[in-house]
Structures are given as C-alpha cells and as structure tokens.
Design a protein around this ligand. Structure first.
Ligand SMILES: Nc1nc2c(c(=O)[nH]1)N[C@H]1C(S)=C(S)[C@@H](COP(=O)(O)O)O[C@H]1N2
Ligand SMILES: [Mo]
Length: 427
C-alpha cells in the first residue's frame, strides 16, 4: 500500500551509527559478531549479542529477528519495566542484507531530525508532521501495559501447537510513554477527511523481508475509546524511545496489543476499511466463536467471522510465589498483577487455593491508572505441603478469565487469558 522510503531509513541508520562513533556503517552488534568465533549451529545466542544492552537473562525466541521475553523473576522486580529487560518483537529485516532495524543501535534513541510522518488517505489536504515539531508541542504521559498478542501462547500448546513464538507470561511490560495526544492533533490539522472514513491506518518504516510480502500495517476503528487516549510517543520511561522499541516516534494506543502499536511510525492514513495487508486480515486475527485445532485455520479467517487483536483481554498473573518455589510455613504472601483494555476498571482480583471451589478477594492497587498493571496482594495461612494458587480478575463489565484457558484456543495462538495456576510448596 505504501512505498517505504528505504533510502531515507538507511540514511538515518547511518547517522545513528555515526552517533555511536562506530567506524562506517557496521552496527556494533555485527562488529562483535565478526570478531567472535562462530557459535555452534544448535545453540541460541545470548540476548546481548543479538541486541546489545539487553539482559543476558532474556529468553530468546528468535535470534534472527531479535524476539525475546522477560523471565518472570526479573519482570516482577520493578513497577516500571526497564528497557534492558523489556520484551521485544519485530517482523522483518530491513535492508536486504539480513540486517534488521534494531541492529543499528538498538538501545539508543534514533536520530530524529529528518523523521516525518505523512498524514494522508481519504483526506482533502494531506499533511506532513515533523518529529522535531512534535517534540515542541505539549506532551502527555500514559502509563500502560505493552503486551504481545501472543503472550502466553505456549500454554495453548497443551491442546495443539500453533505457529509463532512460545511465549510464557514475559511478552509484556509496564511502561511510561510520553508524547502528543493523537486525535486532538489530527483534528487540528484541518485535513477534511471524506465521509466514508471509518478507520485510521498506520505504517512504520520497516518493510517485508520478501518483496510483495505482507507489510506490518494496522487499522483502527475511529470509534474505539482507546483512540482518544492514543499518543504519538517520543519517550519511553522518561527517555527518547530506544530504536528497538520504535524510536523516534511510535504510535501508542494504550490497552491495545503490541502489534497495534506501530514502531518507527511513518504513515497515518484515513481509510474506509481495514488495510488489506495479510498481517491485518489473516495473521493477527481471532475467530469470534470456539474453534477446534485442524478444523479451522488462519486461512478461514474473514472480516465477518473474526476480530483483529485489538484490546487486551482481562488477565492476571501470579508474581509470587514463583512456580515450584518453596516458601516458609505460616503466613504466605501471594501477589501479582492484573490488567485489561482500560475501557472500564478492574473491580476485583480473587485467588483460589482449592482448585477454584472457593475464591478469596485480594487487595487491589490501581494507582498507576486504567491502562497499567493493577497490583494485587493477599496474605493467607497455609499448611505445609504442596499447594496451587489460581488467580482471576473481573472488570466492571463482568468480563473475566476462563477457568480453563484452553477454551479460547485459536489457530494464531492469540489472546491467552486463562486463570493462572501456580504450584508451589509450603515447607
Ligand atoms: N513497525 C513495526 N511495529 C511493530 C512491530 C513490527 O514488526 N514493526 N511488531 C509489533 C509487535 S507484534 C509487537 S508485540 C510490538 C513489540 O514492541 P517492543 O519490541 O517495543 O516490545 O511491536 C509491534 N509494532
Ligand atoms: Mo506481538
């Protein structure tokens, strides 16, 4: 749909390389790779050799694309997830030589001077926004969860394997974004959108690995409440957004799954319909009714029988105790986080220690706002022996989590939000 200006990107890439005072255009990661002895084909390289600055403890799902998740023991340590342990995922190499966008200087901010966003589509007066101008406008903050729609996918595999990375719960983080409110900005541009317009469509500077491949383009219903809280983000956790996480400018739609938050934003388009890109029409979609493995595939998905992975399902996770952990007898502190799509608040998070027969209310801390992690905790007295804690959140619309998460199995492996069950030992 869009012609991506690859040369412009490479120019910026070169500038970012120069800012690192690296000789020539060779990204640091590659300079290191060239010096190191070749790794045995079977072993997965450690995270920092794929993305410098990443914690060596990250779980690598795809070394070539730099897809990795945070181990739970690290994720639970901080209220705001630092960039060095934040999960990351990208779809394509960008420059035809197998180098993907993030190898340029993944943890550093991208050089912003020349970056522009074209606002076009079914409008009378397309406009170009410069990131340097955005930076001078009033900024707002959004504390929100960023989560891959595939987070928890590996748990579906108990029923049937799906394509995609085997995420546990670590394909998420709790972040603070800062930028320019999207909708007021678009309205101020005097674009005169056509009456047929129902969607906003976004594209980033990366492009498909093979020519003619599906581009990572995303469309949003203009009526979605989360769009009113969307921002063109320039900062993450108080600093310019690291390149790997979409700098210099990323579309942040709080409450929406990761794939809806387009990194390296270059285009916003007013459109009549969703983008025809297969990444919108087939990949990131879920059937709206139960389906069985083998009987329904991604190819069967249509606009009528499925929904894109837009807002987060209601979800909760146990952060303590960790699975398999041994805790002292007596008072046991259970804790964790919960979240939803932010449209209505979570009203209750309950735990069960008897396989769902009875549920105990937990204390809920919602002080980080409607799109961020809610923190829950509860002290219980437990006898020595094996135990299992289950956790379940409910929101003001009564939306909750299936007791058996496999009930929402779907061929893409999206939207896992089953009750979390964590076995542990009381000593
Ligand atoms: N331009 C672009 N934006 C993208 C992607 C991509 O490949 N290209 N991947 C998406 C997916 S699937 C996820 S889960 C998040 C990951 O964001 P992170 O790497 O900052 O954690 O970015 C989303 N935005
Ligand atoms: Mo994702």
């Amino acid at each position: 749909m869009q012609t991506v200006d690859r040369r412009a990107f490479l120019k910026l890439a070169g500038m970012a390389g120069a800012a690192l005072s690296q000789p020539g255009l060779v990204p640091r990661a590659f300079a290191q790779a060239a010096a190191a002895p070749p790794a045995p084909a079977s072993s997965t390289p450690a995270a920092p050799s794929i993305i410098s600055g990443m914690s060596p403890q990250m779980i690598v799902h795809n070394a070539k694309l730099g897809v990795m998740e945070t181990p739970l023991p690290l994720l639970r340590e901080q209220r705001t997830t630092p960039k060095g342990i934040l999960y990351t995922r990208q779809h394509f190499p960008v420059d035809g030589e197998g180098r993907w966008v993030a190898t340029i200087a993944p943890m550093d901010p991208t050089v912003t001077q020349e970056w522009t966003i074209l606002v076009s589509g079914l409008v009378q007066r397309p406009k170009t926004l410069r990131v340097t101008d955005l930076a001078r406008m009033p900024q707002v903050k959004r504390r929100s969860v960023m989560q891959c729609a595939g987070n928890g996918r590996s748990y579906y595999w108990a029923k049937a394997k799906t394509p995609g990375s085997g995420w546990k719960h670590g394909g998420m983080g709790n972040l603070e974004w800062e930028g320019v409110p999207l909708m007021p900005l678009l309205k101020s541009l005097d674009l005169s959108p056509d009456q047929r317009v129902r969607y906003l469509t976004a594209n980033g500077r990366d492009e498909p690995a093979v020519s003619g491949g599906a581009d990572m383009i995303k469309s949003y219903k203009l009526t979605a409440p989360q769009l009113d809280d969307a921002i063109l983000a320039l900062k993450m956790n108080g600093e310019p957004i690291p390149t790997i996480h979409g700098g210099p400018v990323r579309l942040i739609i709080p409450g929406y799954y990761g794939n809806m938050n387009v990194k390296w934003l270059t285009d916003l388009m007013y459109t009549e319909d969703e983008t025809p890109s297969a990444i919108m029409q087939k990949t990131y979609r879920m059937p709206i009714f139960p389906v069985e493995p083998g009987k329904f595939t991604t190819q069967d998905l249509t606009q009528e029988n499925s929904t894109p992975t837009y807002g987060f399902a209601v979800m909760s996770v146990v952060f303590a105790p960790l699975a398999g952990q041994s805790v002292q007898r007596g008072n046991v502190d259970l804790s964790g986080v919960a979240w939803n799509d932010g449209v209505v608040p979570l009203t209750s998070v309950r735990v069960s220690l008897d396989q769902g027969r009875s549920w105990i209310e937990t204390e809920l801390d919602a002080s980080d706002g409607p799109y961020a992690w809610y923190h829950w905790q509860r002290r219980v007295r437990l006898d020595p022996g094996p135990h299992e804690v289950w956790v379940r959140a409910i929101d003001a619309w009564g939306r909750s989590q299936p007791i058996d998460g496999l009930a929402t199995w779907n061929p893409g492996g999206w939207d896992w939000h089953g009750v979390d069950r964590v076995p542990f030992q009381v000593g």
